[in-house]
Structure formats: C-alpha cells, structure tokens
Design a binder for this molecule. Structure first.
Ligand SMILES: *Cc1c(COP(=O)(O)O)cnc(C)c1O
Length: 485
C-alpha cells in the first residue's frame, strides 16, 4: 500500500476556503509562524477517506477473525459493556469533581460502581479486599510485591528473594526485580509443574514470597498449592497468585481458598475489555485480611449514612500507585459484564473455556506433541519439535496461519517448551470455528512434510511478507522522506 504522502498531488484540497482566506495572515505573533509551509499530504476528501478505510481493513481483530493467542485471552467482549462505558453520565465525569463537600454528590454513582466492583472481585477471588487502582497486570504485580515488602518491613522480617517457577510470565521476574527483590527460579518437573523437591530446597527464612500462576502458563492446574503454601507460610512468606488468566477457574475455586494471600486479575483479559493494542488495562489486586492496611490509597469506602467517599487515612499504606482511581472505563466494562452474566454465567465461562481448549488439544494431539498427557485447563500447549525434523519451525507455522485468516497462537512461550505453540481458544468461539482452526493446523502439519518450502515462504497474502527480523531490529529505517516537490 502507498503511503498517504505518495498519493499527494500539489495543490489538491479536501476543503476550499473562501477566496483569499488561505492567504490572510494568522492572528499570531510572527515569532510563532512557520518559516516554510508544513509538509502535509495534499489530497481530495474521498482519497483521504479511502486511504484510512483501506488501512483500517488491514487491522486484525477479535471482531474480524479467530485469535487464539495463548495467555492473552483474546475473547469476544459483549458490545453491551462498551455501551455501558460510553454512557454520557460516566464519560462526562471528571475525577476532580467534588465527592462529599456540601452539595457535592456528583460522583456518588461512580464511587458506587468502584465500590461494588471491588466487592464482586472480592467474592470471585475470596480475598478480603480488592484495589482497582493498578493500570495493568504487570502494574498489579508490582503493587502486590510492594505490599509484601511493606508487610515484611512492618514485621521486621529480613527477606531477600522471591521464588518464581521457570514457566512464569516474564512480567513476574520483572516486577520482583523492580521492587528490589532477587529472583530465584524454580525448575519444572517432567509433567510441566513446579518441581516440589527443588522448591523445598529453595525456600528459606529469607523467602519473601512465591509467585505462582494457576493454571500455570502450560495450561495445567497446580493441585498442590496448599502444600506449597504450608512451606511458604512456615517462614512467614506470602503466596502470590498471578490471576491474569482467570477464565479457567471462574466461579469454581478461589485463589484465597487455594492458600494464596495476594492476587492480581486482568480486567482486560477476563472481564470484558479487549486486550492487546497497548491498553488501557486494569490489574486489580486482592489481599487477605492481614495485608489490608498496606493497600494503596485512596480507598473507596461506604459511610454509615450509605454514601460513598474516598478515604486517605491509612498510615501503613504503600501510598499512591496511580493517578486518581485506576482506569475507570475498563472498570465500568467489568462491572457491567459481571452484573450481566452473574454467578451462573461465570461458571459457564470457565466451563466453556476449558472445554474448548481440551477439544482442540485432543483434535491436534495426533499431529503435534502436546505438553499435557491428560486434560488441560483454558489453554493447550504443544511443542512444534516434530516439524523441525523437516526443517520447519513453529515460526513458519505461525506465518502460514496468517495466510489462512487465523491469528497465530502464542509461540516460543512458555520458555521451558521447545518450539512452543500455546493455544487459547477462549469460551466465546463456536465449534465450527474450532473445527476450522484444527483443520488448518492439521493441513499445515501435513504440508511441513510434503512441501516445507511453502511454509518458509509464508505469509504471502499480507502487505509485508517475511521480514528479516534481525535487520529490522538492527538497521531501523523509521523516517519517511517525501520526495522534493
Ligand atoms: C498478560 C499476563 C500478565 C501481564 O499483564 P499485562 O496487563 O500485560 O501487564 C501477567 N501474567 C500473565 C500470566 C499474563 O498472561
């Protein structure tokens, strides 16, 4: 596709000003005026509309295609939640409007939404209290680790490190390092679960916490989390639950009941905000009772007279972690979603998310090497190692999927699976979509043997074909130079 600058024709205009208006000097000090005209593309209105409409059609999205990107929960989100977030009474709010000054009841509805969303997420996670302030999953993790640090400081505990299984999402060790703890990696055993013997050896008096993901990033439920919790609690450590992918357990079990003390959720995965595209997100953090004093300020409270207010009186709080009170629009979508689907709906989500993943796992098992010998949870992970015998990499498979109108699954993650292919179908897809995806995957596995070169050439239907990824990173060419007129 041509750049809009390449379509430019000198003198062409979308808008004609009245005679002479374009030449009349602006009412600005001459020091602020341009010396040369701005180098803007010159086009007719219809050309501009067609250019951007054509660009928008190159977008790939959940609203246009199947998007089985593992660990990312690229599910379809009800448009009703978008409509709720777009209500003028909510979008016209300003966070500096008065809350409870005389006559200042203007934000009561918004505070009530925040308060009730926190209560609903407390119920879902089993945690005593939830803060909606963190602005993403990774930000929730950082908040959680800061809460741990505040707890240990308060107790006079000397803690130096946090244990993380080798299958963890990369944000876990990053959050730990930013918060000033050392990362100690725990290997997985042959089943892909954290090696309990290695874990036992790694826990000691200086263990601040273990950060776990369950289902793990391999899509496997960690059934022994209570045993792990006993080991960690024995040294006054804290159990952290990475709940970014809660689809698998919604309405069935609660992190607090599995022995965890802190957890974060991703509203922009599980709770009706589209994920991807760089935000905005929301990573609420839940804590058990003994960690409540350390939560960030402000807190939304319900007063004895039934009105809501923001409370800043928390001497042990870790302080501010975000401006105002989190990403409000994302929170409204989650609130609308939870009220819409209710308790039974949540259970249906986890039922279908897990059923869909297992359906695909069993359809693909004869053709790809599944990591799980038995059932998986909401995602299934394969190794593409067998294709490598024919010189075909997981990367080639991913590119070939693009040509067939399917977004590639997550590849090369988790890091402990060679040539990893991580598929998360989500609960919102039909059986026909899953069948077609499986068909295409099986076709490609066959093609890897019969015509590996065909996979090496992919993608051929996209505006940009296979990139030299090293050159793209090393020799960046980021500036467009319009040819002189
Ligand atoms: C997505 C994800 C995160 C990070 O969430 P962000 O909002 O992208 O920061 C953390 N852990 C797991 C398991 C995830 O899937």
């Amino acid at each position: 596709m041509k750049l809009i600058y390449e379509k430019s024709v000198p003198g062409r205009r979308a808008v004609r000003w009245p005679e002479g208006a374009e030449e009349s000097p602006a009412q600005l000090p001459s020091s602020l005026l341009r010396e040369r005209p701005a180098e803007l593309p010159e086009l007719a209105e219809v050309e501009v509309v067609r250019h951007f409409t054509a660009l928008s059609r190159l977008n790939y999205s959940v609203d246009t295609h199947f998007y089985p990107l593992g660990s990312c929960t690229m599910k379809y989100n009800p448009k009703a939640c978008e409509a709720a977030a777009a209500l003028p009474g909510l979008t016209d709010l300003h966070p500096l409007w008065p809350q409870l000054r005389p006559g200042g009841m203007l934000t009561q509805g918004a505070l009530q939404i925040l308060y009730e969303t926190e209560r609903l997420l407390s119920e879902i996670t089993g945690m005593a209290e939830v803060t909606l302030q963190p602005l993403a999953g990774a930000h929730g993790e950082l908040t959680g680790v800061m809460l741990m640090a505040a707890y240990h400081r308060d107790r006079g505990n000397r803690k130096t490190h946090i244990l993380i299984p080798d299958s963890a999402h990369g944000t876990n060790p990053a959050s730990v390092a930013i918060a000033g703890y050392e990362v100690v990696t725990v290997p997985s055993d042959a089943s892909g679960r954290m090696d309990l013997e290695a874990f036992r050896k790694a826990v000691n008096a200086e263990t601040a916490s273990v950060m776990m993901t369950s289902p793990s990033t391999l899509g496997l439920f960690v059934a022994n989390s209570r045993d792990i919790a006993d080991l960690v609690h024995a040294v006054d450590g804290l159990m952290y639950y990475d709940g970014a992918n809660l689809n698998a357990i919604l309405g069935r079990c609660k992190p607090a009941e599995m022995g965890f003390d802190i957890c974060h959720l991703n509203l922009h995965k599980t709770f009706a905000t589209p994920h991807g595209g760089g935000g905005p997100g929301s990573g609420p953090v839940g804590v058990i009772e003994k960690l409540r004093p350390y939560l960030p300020i402000s807190r939304v409270i319900r007063q004895p007279d039934g009105t809501f207010a923001l409370d800043y009186d928390a001497p042990k709080s870790i302080g501010y972690i975000a401006p105002f009170y989190g990403n409000f629009g994302v929170i409204v979508r989650a609130y609308a979603y939870l009220l819409m689907i209710g308790r039974e709906g949540l259970r249906e989500v986890s039922h279908l998310a897990v059923l869909n993943a297992n359906y695909l796992q069993e359809k693909l098992r004869p053709h790809f090497e599944a990591v799980a010998a038995g059932r998986c949870m909401h995602e299934c992970v394969f190794s593409g190692r067998r294709l490598a015998e024919h010189g075909v990499l997981t990367l080639d498979l991913a590119k070939a999927l693009i040509d067939r109108g399917i977004h590639p699954p997550t590849v090369y993650f988790p890091l402990n699976v060679p040539e990893a292919i991580m598929i998360e179908p989500t609960e919102t897809e039909t059986r026909e979509t899953l069948d077609r995806f499986a068909e295409v995957m099986i076709e490609l596995a066959g093609l890897a043997k019969s015509d590996p070169e065909a996979l090496k050439r992919a993608p051929v239907t996209t505006p940009v074909g296979r990139l030299d990824e090293v050159a793209a990173a090393r020799n960046m060419d980021l500036v467009f130079q319009p040819s002189p007129v």
